[in-house]
Design a protein around this ligand. Sequence first.
Ligand code: GLY
Ligand code: MN
Ligand code: MN
Length: 462
Amino acid sequence: MFDKKTYIKRRSLLRDDVNTGLILILGNNESPMNYPANPYPFRQDSNFLYFFGIDKPGFTGLIDIDENKDFLFGEDFTIDDIIWMGPQPIVRELAEKVGIKNTGNLRKLKEQIDNAISRGRKIHFLPPYRAENSLEIERLLGISNINIKNYASKELIKAVISQRSVKSKEEIAEIEKALDISYEMNMAVMNIAKPGKYERELVGEIEGIISSFGSHYSFPTILTINGETLHNHFHGNKLTKNRLLIIDSGAESPEHYASDITRTLPVGGKFTSEQKDIYEIVLESQVYAIKATKPGKKYRDIHLKVAQVIAQGMKHLGLMKGSVADAVEKGAHALFFPHGLGHMMGLDVHDMEDLGEDLVGYDDTVKRSDQFGLAYLRLAKELKPDFVFTVEPGIYFIPALIDKWSSEKRYKEYIDYSKVEKFKGFGGIRIEDDVMITDNGHRVLGRRQIPKSVKEIEDIMV
Ligand code: GLY
Ligand code: MN
Ligand code: MN
């Protein structure tokens, strides 16, 4: 965990931002795989981690805004627990490490909440995403878990998002530790992605690297020769020469900050000329996007410019036609680039998505579009210093989508379907880096940049 001053300051800022009442922040519990004592790897709730720092199951944090007091609730371990788990710190010791003097067990938490309710005090909580925590809020506050999200505090959500969106130096350092692991993972794949290997062998290799750092992935690894399926988690294919391989992967730093990197590699080590043509368009659009990021720019505007770079490239290859500006305005490019340019990143790989994508990525000046493609843009609002986010354009040839649009003659004035047809089976290309906004520009995060030019990749792979 960070120094206690970090958590004291974060809670104090939160208290300043929320008007009155109590703020209840639940930690996560163990989540069983197939019987209670056999859990999935423990992952603490990111909001709890951010404000209370304790990376263990079974804790609840409470902030009393009006009395200016913070509380930590949890159960001390019994001797039976200690026999199985080894010596454990007591609640009071853990609380001390994050600057909290007031502690109690879970019965005391319930009493304190009951007392606040009886006095008509407001209790703010965040929208739960695990069933256990919905039930716990129901138990504590008496709100039916069915519509519990409707009762989550908008005021608290907004305050948390505004604080967590701006990363401190120590948070950036954590993200760069996660990126150190990403560097090793991606360099390893470039060296072992040979024809005849199975995707699962490569996944084993890179997830082994994550484990060797004592870490865990920040999201389930996407590693596939069928990269046209955006979130493809199947790892059973054999790599064959001249297929493209997408690796979209990330690790967590010791304090659970994420990295999120995508590279696309030619199996066998050399891009075909067709692959190179498409790759260069994606790379040009990604480099363009990174260069365009600076304070005051709306990410949606950059996304739309990137769509134009992609459409221009596709027009140059004869796959699109007509006015590029019109094609992008109407959404024709989304046949090839159907997702958003990126998302905020921090303690979560899609940072704070539990609090609501629109509240994180949009604001009063930018509303989410319902146009196919643009609708999936997760981050659209104005960029501010110390925001961290991904830049991840891609071009995909999705047979089912091509067939659908082609049969509907959709955007036929902008798309040459006879040419696109020949690209079915091509797969997909995505290139993703993690970027922070500085006071007057941006910085691509990572102490060592992961190769992405055609030449760099081919030089490593052959
Ligand atoms: N975790 C997949 C992505 O957003 O890149
Ligand atoms: Mn990714
Ligand atoms: Mn991403």
